[in-house]
Ligand binder design. Structure first.
Ligand code: HEC
Length: 498
């Protein structure tokens, strides 16, 4: 337990002046309670400001945190403390927020229920869109730069509406099967349901303290949220985001695990979860399974990233420490093949197509400048090609002969390769904005145009003709990350991840 708050002023009084010693945890706790807790929560789980726990801060370097505490963050409510606190005090606060609390904060189903906000009850908003557009060819573009999203017309490439999201969205937003609603998950566990026709949030709930991603069932009835904190999966009723069930993630011996990611497997009518700390894959059927009983599939190694073949009969997973991938037969519930995968393939971003009459899987690699092509009938790597650096996203579309892959990491992050799916060769390398990360391509419904992110505060979505690679339009955006086409996502296009 922490030292009691009450002892703190006495302690300070005895010393005569506030003394900051990075080693004095109680003093730092006191500073936090005095200056930060009002906005970030007494247990650091977040309030008006974001959660400040190590899991939540994994994308912010400590150096940057020190900068933010000292100087605040422009155009936000985060104030500057360099006038009020010494450099040593700021450093000790930074140390504190990167340290896990002695007791992991809880977030129960009652906390989830209490957090729920319903802005517009089901059926209270009109069923007719407030604008004219092809509703299947809309895009939602997530702009991480200022925690916003843009609803984009996929025919004219004109933004229809721009709105604020929760702080730091995490994992791709997911559509309802009819494309009317989109569900967002934030780093701090907030799930928001947005009505695309009326351009309004309809409900929100805080499902966890630190969330990885969310998936929506094929029938549209349930959303499932995969979490790092607490170690659980939360099932929500998509009508108003009420919690239906919290599934604690632990093995039969009671060892708990974080959830790396959760997916929906349409032909199986189930959700499938990848676990970070257990050698198991979980399948949770949502049809005829009112208790959401879990089917555990034991695997040889931790699988924190994986890919399904289009039938969802096989799962191919990559392990953290091994060069081998595992192929799991989902019906038999066991591993059937090993795939020779060097480095760290990003299977979650893999795509499939027919090559010389066979289905193949192509995946970039997070550690090496390399694309692997795997024959999905034999599970052998049939080819590897070199790229200008490790990639993150690979994308294509049924109607284009090309696959686009970024060079997300390293000095060549401003390049984008285009691969011919018929020859498995790079045919073009684009550099849309020198020095700025070019990433994440998504296609229009018909596959004729490719939209690419310039992942920068002074960024853009660049629209290309997908056949000639000619630039058509540049739409300014603030650090656009992913963009999501309603049709391609709701029809589970083989050229995009789900
Ligand atoms: C008046 C409310 C308020 C107070 C007081 C406050 N913060 Fe913040 N803080 C915020 C908000 C809001 C943000 C999110 C800013 C943004 O949108 O980028 C934030 C962001 C941060 C971040 C960056 C988090 C991230 O993931 O990018 C850190 C670190 C932080 N605050 C630390 C502190 C510390 C330490 C204190 C106390 C010394 C403190 N804050 C006091 C409101 C506050």
């Amino acid at each position: 337990m922490y030292k009691s708050l009450l002892t703190f002023p006495l302690w300070v009084a005895l010393l005569g002046a506030p003394v900051a010693s990075a080693t004095d945890a109680a003093n730092t706790e006191g500073l936090f309670k005095e200056h930060c807790a009002g906005c970030h929560g007494t247990t650091r789980t977040g309030a008006m400001g974001p959660a400040l726990l190590p899991e939540n801060l994994s994308r912010l370097r400590k150096k940057e945190a020190i900068e933010v505490i000292g100087h605040g963050r422009a155009a936000t409510q985060m104030p500057a403390f360099s006038e009020k606190l010494t450099t040593a005090q700021i450093a000790s606060l930074a140390d504190l927020i990167y340290t896990a609390p002695p007791v992991s904060p809880a977030w129960t189903i009652d906390d989830i229920r209490t957090s729920q906000v319903i802005y517009h009850p089901e059926g209270s908003l009109p069923d007719k869109p407030k604008y004219q557009a092809d509703l299947q060819n809309l895009f939602i573009v997530v702009e991480l730069g200022d925690h916003s999203a843009t609803l984009l017309n996929g025919d004219t490439f004109e933004p229809i509406h721009r709105f604020k999201t929760r702080f730091a969205l995490h994992g791709g937003p997911k559509y309802s099967p009819d494309g009317r609603y989109v569900y967002f998950a934030s780093r701090d566990g907030w799930i928001s349901k947005y009505d695309i026709y009326n351009m309004e949030f309809v409900a929100e709930v805080r499902a966890a303290i630190n969330t990885r991603n969310l998936a929506v069932s094929y029938d549209g009835k349930y959303a499932i949220v995969g979490n790092y904190l607490p170690h659980n999966l939360v099932i929500l009723d998509t009508r108003d985001l009420s919690p239906v069930k919290v599934i604690n993630v632990e093995d039969e011996a009671g060892t708990s695990s974080r959830v790396s990611a959760v997916y929906t497997a349409p032909p199986r009518q189930s959700f499938i979860a990848a676990l970070k700390d257990l050698k198991e894959v979980w399948e949770i059927p949502y049809d005829n399974n009112p208790e959401f009983k879990v089917r555990r599939i034991k695997v040889d190694d931790y699988l924190d990233d994986f890919f399904f073949d289009p039938s969802y009969k096989h799962l191919i997973g990559a392990s953290r420490d091994s060069d081998d991938g595992q192929v799991v037969d989902m019906d038999a519930g066991k591993k059937t093949h090993t795939v020779d995968l060097a480095g760290m393939p990003h299977l979650g971003s893999g795509i499939t197509w027919e090559y010389q009459g066979k289905p193949i899987l192509a995946t970039p690699n997070l550690k090496e400048g390399q694309i692997s092509f795997i024959d999905m009938t034999t599970w052998k790597v049939i080819k590897r090609i070199e790229t200008k650096g490790p990639g993150f996203f690979m994308r294509s579309h049924e109607n284009t002969p090309y696959a686009w892959v970024d060079v997300f990491f390293g000095p060549n992050k401003d390049l984008m390769h285009i691969i011919d799916k018929r020859t498995l060769e790079i045919v073009k390398t684009l550099q849309p904005a020198p020095g700025k990360t070019a990433a994440h391509v998504e296609f229009t419904q018909d596959g004729k145009y490719a939209l690419m992110s310039i992942w920068d505060m002074d960024g853009a979505v660049v629209v290309y003709d997908a056949n000639t690679f000619e630039e058509i339009k540049r739409i300014p955006m603030k650090k656009p990350s992913g963009k999501y086409n309603v049709f391609n996502k709701t029809t589970y296009s083989r050229g995009t991840s789900h």
